[in-house]
Design a protein around this ligand. Structure first.
Ligand code: BGC
Length: 445
């Protein structure tokens, strides 16, 4: 009974803080539809359009770096609040932009907000959730990202007839306001409070979460003994065993990106065009279909993540991605003039995205919120998140060039080859964290 009550509260926390994930998905997704009209309104060159898209990724990388220091110093919750405020300011700049520069400033601010949110929210939830449902709770963040991406596709579709790009970008303000208000009522994490020496406040948060008194005392003792053994600061992070742990976390983020996910998220219509899908509306519908599968399979991941564990899901997911990528490359190279090519491309993309959604999508964020010692957790997650955004940027900026230089098949086979390497990496380097408290995970290294 106690446990059930606690579970409800933590799900509420995961959902509302997850609105930051929704905004992450929405703002990265909405630009593709909006850009067509912005280009016409502001007479943008190709380079200017590329900057409108990519400045958000640069902002996110900067945000990820700042978030680490801020979240260790001022707390996880305050950083989520700052992120929601930045989302609101950025949206106003974008929706009201009278010229290209305002738009860029808006995108940069929203990028900063996304960087903060993507670094701190998985960590925030992970430090609040009990071990047996921590995977589920952190994966809700990924679910919200996928819903945000899908929401953006729909909103773009709805406003396309009126060329309503200001609405497309402006609607993101609504969840940002809800996130801000919700965070005023949600608690700081007991682990951060304990780290700062606020033991009574930490105890009260555990009580708000309806933990039993004896569980609270055990958790606090465990946290205290771990804190005693730890030192603070960057130097500690990049020394001895923690250096390899941070490198493992960063590599997992690199693999999440260099196996090609955002070539699909950002460029799906172009991939369908290459597979000879004739009409624009079919391309948009197929892209929406891919977005729906992304959401649905993330729900499946949420159901399985604390039952199967992280590694079985990672293996299953990455193998599925390899199959999808090999088939996609083959279709684009050898069947692009066949009437079946569009359908085959859709099937391979569906296999690919479904597999990403049950594996690398949620689990890269989850593992990174679990594996670092408390005293340097913020800074460590921040390094991993920075690398995630940097790798995202590199893949997004090189994809079209790779298609031109390597050809369609080799490009997707390259992502498949990197996925094969990723399986070995998971096998040898990633620990199973299911059912373990964050303090137990720390002791495992
Ligand atoms: C990744 C994003 C990606 C999204 C797709 C996230 O886990 O970090 O780069 O766009 O999943 O669902």
């Amino acid at each position: 009974m106690e446990h059930k009550k606690m579970s409800k509260m933590i799900y509420v926390i995961a959902f509302f803080s997850g609105l930051g994930g929704f905004l992450f998905g929405y703002d990265t997704g909405a630009i593709s539809g909006a850009l067509l009209f912005i280009r016409d309104d502001f007479a943008l060159t190709t380079a200017q359009q590329e900057l409108v898209v990519s400045i958000l990724l640069i902002g996110a990388a900067i945000g990820a770096v700042i978030a680490g220091v801020l979240s260790d110093k001022y707390g996880r919750r305050k950083v989520v609040i700052v992120s929601s405020i930045l989302f609101m300011i950025g949206v106003v700049f974008m929706a009201e932009a009278s010229n290209w520069i305002y738009l860029l400033v808006g995108r940069l601010i929203v990028g900063l907000a996304i960087g903060l949110a993507s670094m701190v929210i998985p960590l925030y939830v992970s430090e609040l959730a009990p071990a047996h449902i921590r995977g589920t709770c952190v994966a809700i963040f990924q679910l919200m990202i996928t819903i945000g991406i899908l929401g953006a596709y729909f909103v773009d579709y709805a406003f396309a007839a009126d060329k309503g790009w200001r609405w497309m970008l402006g609607i993101g303000g609504v969840p940002a306001v809800i996130l801000f208000i919700a965070m005023l009522f949600l608690p700081e994490t007991p682990r951060w409070l304990a780290r700062q020496g606020y033991w009574d406040k930490a105890r009260n948060v555990f009580r708000r979460l309806k933990c039993k008194e004896e569980e609270i005392e055990t958790s606090l003792k465990e946290i205290a003994s771990h804190l005693e053994q730890q030192q603070e600061g960057f130097r500690y992070l990049f020394r001895g065993k923690w250096r390899s742990v941070v490198i493992i976390g960063m590599l997992l983020m690199v693999f999440q990106q260099v196996t090609g996910i955002n070539t699909v998220i950002y460029y799906a219509p172009i991939i369908f065009e290459k597979a000879n899908v004739p009409s624009d509306s079919v391309k948009i519908l197929a892209t929406i279909g891919v977005g729906v599968v992304n959401v649905l399979m993330t729900i499946v991941a949420i159901k399985l993540i604390d039952r199967w564990g992280r590694k079985p899901l990672l293996y299953t997911g990455i193998i599925g991605m390899i199959v999808g990528l090999i088939v996609l490359g083959t279709v684009l190279q050898f069947y692009d003039d066949s009437s079946m090519s569009g359908l085959l491309a859709l099937i391979s993309l569906v296999i690919y995205i479904a597999s990403f959604a049950i594996g690398l999508g949620p689990i890269a964020w989850l593992i990174n919120s679990e594996i670092y010692p408390l005293k340097v957790r913020g800074v460590a997650v921040s390094c991993a998140t920075l690398i995630n955004w940097a790798a995202n940027f590199v893949v997004a900026m090189t994809f079209l060039t790779l298609l031109d230089t390597l050809g369609d098949a080799l490009t997707f086979w390259l992502y498949a080859a990197l996925s094969v390497v990723c399986i070995f990496f998971v096998h040898y380097k990633i620990p199973e964290t299911k059912d373990k408290t964050l303090e137990e995970i720390e002791s495992m290294w």
